[in-house]
Design a protein around this ligand. Structure first.
Ligand SMILES: Nc1ncnc2c1ncn2[C@@H]1O[C@H](COP(=O)(O)OP(=O)(O)OP(=O)(O)O)[C@@H](O)[C@H]1O
Ligand SMILES: [Mg+2]
Length: 243
């Protein structure tokens, strides 16, 4: 049985096998609605894979994933991408202007994005309207990341998946993107699930944490409880990073 209402996403005994290799091993866990959840854990733990399973870029081999209490298979691909947006570390842009990039989600749905709407979304991510006509390939890393987030916001996603979007940025740009994540969460109530290798950053921004190791979810809970967890893996990971 799944618990209703307070969870944006629930995993129930989820496995993923690729070419006879088990990558996700019986993950059951919850992502609270309207909160910021961070996936942490060593490299190769399965964080990116798990994130991509949340909008079906990768489908599970067995087990169930629920989005707003419905199985993920219940949604058609367009509905799912409207509900669940994703932004990745390299913020890939299509050739053309920032406006061309912003209207992409609408064009894919055979709809139109007015310049007024595009401007307002750009403002939300801290870029002024002169950016609309700029060539997307000339943007800085931080600007690209903003446009990438703005592009997902076009769909007014209820859930946003972010995979190490600050790891290639300098300290100042990373800090600005952190503030943007907080704003999206607080102003629009977007449920955020993100991955960072920076545990300090995770603890600072997150309400909830999933700790993954070798395809297992070995700890989940409120961020403030992680420091005092008596799980040995979590403790060791924590000490290594803090020291
Ligand atoms: N398409 C694939 N085919 C085979 N193995 C894969 C595939 N995708 C991921 N893996 C393997 O699954 C495991 C988890 O990968 P994943 O990228 O999810 O880890 P991660 O926790 O995001 O690591 P990192 O912190 O380095 O980004 C790794 O061992 C990886 O090699
Ligand atoms: Mg990864």
């Amino acid at each position: 049985m799944i618990e209703k209402n307070s969870y944006a996403i629930q995993f129930q005994d989820v496995y993923l096998t690729i070419q006879q290799q088990q990558i996700i091993k019986g993950v059951s866990g919850k992502i609270p609605t309207g909160k910021i959840t961070t996936l942490v854990g060593p490299s190769g733990a399965g964080k990116s894979t798990l994130l991509k399973m949340c909008n079906r870029l990768i489908s599970q081999t067995s087990g169930s994933i629920y989005i707003d209490n419905e199985t993920i298979e219940h949604y058609n691909p367009v509905q799912l991408r409207q509900n669940v947006g994703i932004a990745l570390q390299d913020a890939p842009m299509i050739k053309g202007t920032v406006y061309d990039n912003l209207k992409l989600p609408k064009v894919l749905q055979k709809q139109f994005l007015t310049t007024a709407d595009a401007t307002s979304i750009l403002q939300d991510v801290g870029l002024d309207k002169t950016f609309l006509q700029k060539d997307a390939s000339n943007l800085s890393g931080g600007q690209k990341q903003r446009v990438s987030i703005a592009r997902t916001l076009i769909n007014k996603n209820k859930i946003l998946l972010l995979d190490e979007i600050t790891s290639a940025l300098d300290y100042t740009s990373a800090h600005e993107i952190e503030q943007l994540i907080l704003k999206l969460n607080q102003k629009y109530g977007v449920t955020i699930i993100w991955i960072t290798h920076d545990l300090q950053q995770a603890l600072k921004l997150s309400d909830y944490i999933w700790f993954l190791k070798d395809g297992h979810l070995i700890w989940e809970g409120d961020a403030e409880k992680m420091k005092t967890s008596n799980n040995t893996y979590v403790q060791n990971f924590f000490t290594e990073i803090i020291e």
